[in-house]
Design a protein around this ligand. Structure first.
Ligand code: HEC
Length: 190
């Protein structure tokens, strides 16, 4: 009897279907194990990340330090600033549920802390000098017209922060009374 050169040659030159099935099953279950391991690792990283909580502070509000206490703000403009800008430029941030879930919590807290450090309408006395304060106010018109503020991601999540053309006009006629918008690059003194 002559030995077949290739295994499976007996059954017409192809490996027997049974063998192929076994190999495929083995590969699939190896892949499943890998996928499960990766999923577990990701879940562990996600859980551990929850222990790294950013500071979500709301500093005390001192009315005499507010924008309104230092600058004339028209009746129709103030509520718009509170509504559309307050979460990042006031001391009374409403922290949403996702601000408690890493990694979003880090992004949200960073936005609020950086936003406040530039401009906090409830702590206007923190502005370093009157010239810079006026520049910030003059810049507002440009920012809202060009849809730079509120930031796009925030506008997508907070419908109530979107500004109508009429609101933008009201903000602009007030903002422009502080002078022309400063050129890019001139804006950052810190
Ligand atoms: C989601 C948070 C968020 C909201 C809401 C928001 N801002 Fe800002 N704002 C920031 C951050 C962060 C900065 C810091 C600069 C930057 O990263 O773009 C900033 C910077 C600014 C600055 C200073 C820019 C400079 O160059 O110094 C002004 C003025 C400003 N925002 C006005 C507004 C106004 C007006 C609104 C509402 C119509 C608003 N922002 C809404 C986050 C926000």
């Amino acid at each position: 009897m002559v030995e077949p050169i290739f295994p499976g040659e007996n059954s017409g030159g192809r490996p027997r279907p049974k063998q192929r099935d076994d190999a495929t099953k083995r590969n699939l279950s190896m892949n499943m194990i890998r996928v499960k391991r990766i999923a577990l690792a990701l879940a562990a990283v996600f859980l551990l990340a929850q222990f790294v909580q950013p500071k979500r502070t709301n500093p005390p509000v001192v009315p005499s330090r507010s924008l309104e206490a230092h600058v004339q703000v028209p009746q129709d403009v103030l509520p718009i600033l509170k509504r559309a800008c307050g979460d990042c430029h006031s001391s009374e941030t409403v922290w949403p549920w996702y601000s408690r879930v890493a990694p979003l919590s880090w992004l949200v807290a960073d936005d609020v802390n950086v936003g406040r450090s530039h401009v906090n309408f409830q702590d206007w006395e923190a502005q370093e000098n009157p010239k810079e304060a006026a520049e910030h106010l003059a810049l507002i018109c440009k920012l809202v017209r060009e849809k730079g503020m509120p930031p796009l991601t925030y506008r997508m999540l907070h419908k109530e922060s979107r500004l109508s053309d009429k609101e933008i006009d009201a903000i602009c006629s007030w903002s422009q009374s502080f002078g022309p918008a400063p050129e890019a690059g001139e804006e950052h003194h810190h």
